[in-house]
Design a protein around this ligand. Sequence first.
Ligand SMILES: NC(=[NH2+])NCCC[C@H](N)C(=O)O
Ligand SMILES: [Mn+2]
Ligand SMILES: [Mn+2]
Length: 322
Amino acid sequence: MTLHTPSAPSYKRIAPPKAVGIIAAALSAGQRKSGVDTAPIVLNEHGLSTQLEQLGWQVKVNDMLQNCEPWRPEFDPDVGRIKEPRFVGAVNKALAEEVRQHCARGELALTLGGDHSLAVGTISGSTSVYGDELCVVWVDAHSDINSFESSPSGNLHGCPLAILLDLFSDKPLVGFEWVKPILKKERLVYIGLRDVDEGEKRILRENNIKAFSMYDVDKYGIGKVVEMALDHVNPARTLPIHLSFDVDALDPTVAPSTGTPVRGGLTFREGHFICEEIAATGQLVAMDLVEVNPSLGDKVALEQTVKIGCSLVRCALGETLL
Ligand SMILES: NC(=[NH2+])NCCC[C@H](N)C(=O)O
Ligand SMILES: [Mn+2]
Ligand SMILES: [Mn+2]
C-alpha cells in the first residue's frame, strides 16, 4: 500500500516571500462613492509600511496607480447598465502587470484599494505567475459575481469574479478583452457573505461555487469555517493563496467607513482569525485590502476602519498575538 503524498507544487514559487510590494491602487470608478481612492494614502499615513518592516518584511512601495487619471479615456459611455467599463478595464490591465512583476520576483503583492473591481487586475496578475493552482479566498459581505446582465447597480465592483471566471465569455465587456480566465471555480471560496443578489445566488448555485455565509459562521464557528474553506480550495495546504479582503465583510460597528455596509458581519476577532489562519499556511502570495473609504463616517469611524485595515494586513503577513 502506498501512502498518498501530495504531488510537489508545479508553480514557480522560489521561497515564501520575504519582501512585500505594496501597490497603492486608487481606483474608485467601480462604484459611485468618492473617497475610496484615498485609502492607500491614508493607510500608509497610518504607518502600515513601517509596521510591516517591523514584522521583518522588506517593503517596496509601488505608487504607479496612486493616481489613476492617466488611464481615464475621453469617452466612456455605459455599456448596458455597466458604468465606466473602459476606465476600470484600463486601470485593471495596468494593475495586473504591476502585480505580475511583484509576484514574478517572488514578492508578496499587497494591493491597497480602491474599490473591489480592482481584483480583476490583482488576480489576473497573480494567476499569470502561479497559474491555475492559485486559490482565492474572498472575504466579503457580497459575492461580487454579477454578470453585466444581472448587475442591479451597473457598478463593476459587484462583478469582478464573473469577469475572472469567464462566466460570460460569449461577449467580453469592452475594456476587459485582455483578461485571461485562468482562475478555476474550484479554487475560489467565500467567507462572510450576507448580501447576495438573486442573480448571484443563481450563478453561485449553477457553477457549484463554495461559499460560507454568516449563517455558516454562526453555525460552525469561524475556526471550523476557515478550516472547511481551506480544505475546499487547498486540501494539502501546498497551493499559493490570494486573499481578497473586502473590509465590509466586517460588521459595520467594527469597520464603519465603507461604501456598502451590511449589518450582521464578522467580529473584530473573526476577521483577524481568517488572516491568522491563512498566514499559518505559509502560502500567501497576494492580498487585496479594499473598500476602505476614508470619506465616509466621522473621525472615530475613520480611525477605527483604518486601524483595523492595518491590523488585518499585519495578521495576514505573520503578526501573532503571542
Ligand atoms: N465590493 C462591493 N462592496 N460590492 C458591492 C456589490 C453590491 C451589489 N451586489 C452590486 O452588484 O451592485
Ligand atoms: Mn463587499
Ligand atoms: Mn467586495
